[in-house]
Design a protein around this ligand. Sequence first.
Ligand SMILES: [Zn+2]
Length: 236
Amino acid sequence: MEETKHAITYAGKSIAFQLRYANRRTMEIAVYPDGSVSVKAPLGTDENLIEHRLQRRARWILRQIRYFAQFDPRRPQRRFVGGESHLYLGRKYRLKIQRSDTDSVMLKHGFFRISAVDDKPEHIAQLLEHWYRRRADVYFSQVFEECWHHFPTNKVDKPRLKIRNMKTRWGSLSRKGGMTLNLQLIKAPRECIEYVVIHELCHLLHANHGKAFYDLLERSLPDWINRKKKLEMALC
Ligand SMILES: [Zn+2]
């Protein structure tokens, strides 16, 4: 499939998007966690029509981009100074930073209490990232084990769990049966983490997003749509 770059302007803001034509009946607009926008359109769709549809969805697209920006530690608006809010499991905590002989991060009394040998933003960012990773190792494993325990199958082996930063997805499943979760999910509420894990578990039995996949997802997690909306995974 050929992919080309386009942009529209809405309320003075330029929105760039990747356009792909595919053998499909409907148009799909998606905003990914890295802020990129992708459009899949049926073969032969008029470009004016595509731009018109994007204009109509522009407010929603900008809202998604802003939503994802708050999870991204590399965004310039993240300053890593005292008083700034950072997310953990869907809640915001402000930073309290203190110079010290040793580095440490604690979540205590509603604050991220950070002691650091150096209070440069890059150093604070790194400490926080390590803290998120340690928490994610424990937390994701727990959620994963619980979801697996309730997953209605004995036909497949339990996947191995991996955690890493991914630009465009919250989770993925490899052919060899490894499940990868995006580290940034540790900033989202538990119910959203469960949704991603169960979505990926369903892929163990159904590789594609066909009817059988959604039937299984529906049975495994009847309120998955609300959870998906909450995570704003953003497919229309
Ligand atoms: Zn999927």
